[in-house]
Design a binder for this molecule. Sequence first.
Ligand SMILES: Cc1cc2nc3c(=O)[nH]c(=O)nc-3n(C[C@H](O)[C@H](O)[C@H](O)COP(=O)(O)OP(=O)(O)OC[C@H]3O[C@@H](n4cnc5c(N)ncnc54)[C@H](O)[C@@H]3O)c2cc1C
Length: 421
Amino acid sequence: MATPRVVVLGSSFAGLTTARFLRARLGDRVEIVVVDRNATLTFVPNIQMEVLADRDPLESMLLETPRIHAKDGNTFLQAEVLAVDPEARRVEVVPSDRPGGAVEAIGYDYLVVALGNRLAYDRIEGFGEHGDTVSSGYYGNRLRRRLAEYRGGPVAIGSARFHQGTDQKPDWLPVGLAACEGPPLELGLAMAHWLEEHRLGDAHKVTLFTPAHVIAEDAGEPIVEQFLAMAKEKGFGYLNDTVDVARLTAEGVEFESGASLEAEIKIVLPDWVPHAFLVDLPISDERGFVVTDRSMRNPRHPEVFAVGDAAALTVPKLGGLGHQQAEIVARELARELGVEPDDGTPVEYRPEILCFGDIGGHQGFYIHSDLWYGGRTAVFKMGYAPYAMKLAFKEMYFRTGGKPPAFGVPATHLLMDHLPG
Ligand SMILES: Cc1cc2nc3c(=O)[nH]c(=O)nc-3n(C[C@H](O)[C@H](O)[C@H](O)COP(=O)(O)OP(=O)(O)OC[C@H]3O[C@@H](n4cnc5c(N)ncnc54)[C@H](O)[C@@H]3O)c2cc1C
């Protein structure tokens, strides 16, 4: 039998880790082809730390991925994915390292969609001129320039409305109105610290806003209550039920609810929108997120898997969830191809929120919770340890080339859940 070809689309948190776990479990039993338009992974979660320390994230937050794939014996194609054809089992790509390349088709036996989403800043009126964010090196550096010119006015930080797909959504998965609200929480706290450090004010200048009834609802009610009590005590402003961001202007933020905030700096996390070529495919929901069961397989095309932000089950959009899914896909394929015994035990995605936030002053917060999904775990801690863990995770990620050791997550829970905060 010919060696099956696994094509992994995307080489960021979800795709890189899936490719690495696949190689580790399957050895030379599969051919692995990885496609990404970029030859580097941007370590998005730590960009804000660099920005607020006035360092260029492009110098420290990029991991070169081709050499990692070469070492694993994977074929890395720096190419733009243009189309996926699940019926014909092939994808269309075009080289992305230089304009003018010709389109080609790549066939697959198994496909892993790990292409993330478009962070749709282009759907927020006025963002180009007035908005800021920390989701890329480009925008991180733009915020650095904005902070250098900051005149001491109000700061607004929050999310635009997220549009989750609901077609084939399982009952256990709630509908989130914001894609990822850890970043606004940590940016808010860290920004207040930055203001104090620069003798420009404190939390009273910062307002957090959310399209939902409560911010970071996916962390679970008791954690959110604790956070909001602490934020109120520190003096943060808070605006909920904004519905969506209507527009950004020089003066501030206007919301679909009719409310508005005056702000000199407007930091917004946008809608996470699926790539256009995934919309209207038999593997996607009505928005373009790839539908899977808990083993991350598409029910109509079981040879197609989805991991990370591109998967419909990934809500909120957290890299940690993609990591768990990557392990599941590798185990599924190892069983299917007879490399590991199939003892009939289902390997199922059981999401839990695991989040480390930077809050300035070398401190951080740690959230570990599955309450939103009907579980009973709810841990929220603040202090020096979560900050150290956030830094350590990035170091470990870079050193291991996106394949943190298996003890990483259990050790994190042991250290963070059970030791005093
Ligand atoms: C500010 C911020 C802070 C965050 N902090 C945290 C945190 O602390 N913890 C956490 O768990 N999560 C955090 N997240 C979420 C986390 O960044 C995402 O969940 C994670 O990046 C998703 O990984 P992914 O591989 O699925 O998608 P992505 O990281 O979006 O990667 C998609 C990959 O596909 C490639 N690609 C896309 N389209 C194409 C195409 N057409 N052709 C070829 N290649 C393509 C891209 O180049 C990219 O490499 C944060 C997000 C933001 C914005």
